[in-house]
Design a protein around this ligand. Structure first.
Ligand code: G3P
Ligand code: MG
Length: 231
């Protein structure tokens, strides 16, 4: 079972920052999940929706300028990174799951990814783009047919994993509190990988393994890997 660091190793470091990414890489994670969105002047920023909970700023990232975002402290003196800084930090070292946090124009996002792949900052195979906004995922797949799509859902849809198959997704990312055997079996029959979030406690980690999911997102990836290393 793969372990993705949720917002980096965010249980011990400020979430969605370079220190959280470095700690995750040190833990030798399979992948790193990060939240991405555009700020008010349309630059791709790696952060959750609101600034209040995580920084000394206030308001929403998508209503704040890049200049202002660059002045904020994201915890322990860390800055809020942009997409390029994250790509440079991770390089070829692990899978990268970018979760789109709100609806925005994806042209620049696509251009940034393609440029980094041309420059071999990372390889295509490493990247998964996920979102609760499935319309954004359809648009992305049309413009980058090679992209691995992660279809996010908080709950079990009426027709199980069918929605993700229709999106030509690579994986489904589902809340651990809703997942069950029927859902996992249905997704697997459709050739989809199943990842669950956010899985931190020993019992939850073991339950996910027993369900046969392909991966988990954890705030404590080092701990999760330790639990999974036990037979
Ligand atoms: O991508 C998995 C998970 O991060 C989705 O929700 O709110 O934790 O970003 P959230
Ligand atoms: Mg996320």
């Amino acid at each position: 079972m793969r372990v993705f660091a949720h917002r980096g190793a965010s249980g011990n470091y400020p979430e969605n920052t370079l220190s959280a990414i470095r700690a995750a890489l040190q833990a030798d994670v399979d992948g790193i999940e990060l939240d991405v969105q555009s700020c008010a002047d349309d630059y791709a920023i790696v952060h959750d929706t609101w600034l209040d909970r995580t920084t000394n700023g206030t308001g929403k990232v998508n209503q704040t300028s890049l200049q202002e975002i660059q002045t904020l402290d994201a915890g322990n003196g860390e800055f809020i990174p942009n997409l390029q800084q994250v790509f440079d930090e991770i390089g070829h070292k692990s899978m990268i799951n970018l979760e789109l946090k709100h609806t925005f124009s994806l042209d620049k996002f696509v251009a940034c990814i393609e440029q980094n792949i041309r420059q071999d900052t990372f390889a295509r195979e490493q990247l998964i783009v996920s979102s609760f906004d499935h319309h954004q995922l359809v648009w992305l797949k049309q413009h980058m047919p090679w992209i691995k799509i992660g279809a996010l859902t908080a709950s079990i849809p009426l027709h199980y994993a069918e929605f993700a198959q229709r999106l030509h997704a690579y994986s489904i990312h589902i809340d651990k509190n809703f997942i069950n055997h029927q859902f996992v079996d249905d997704a697997k029959q459709r050739g989809l990988k199943v990842f669950t979030y956010t899985v931190d406690k020993q019992q939850d980690i073991e339950d996910m393994r027993a369900l046969g999911v392909d991966g988990i997102f954890s705030n404590f990836p080092c701990y999760a890997k330790m639990i999974l290393s036990r037979s």
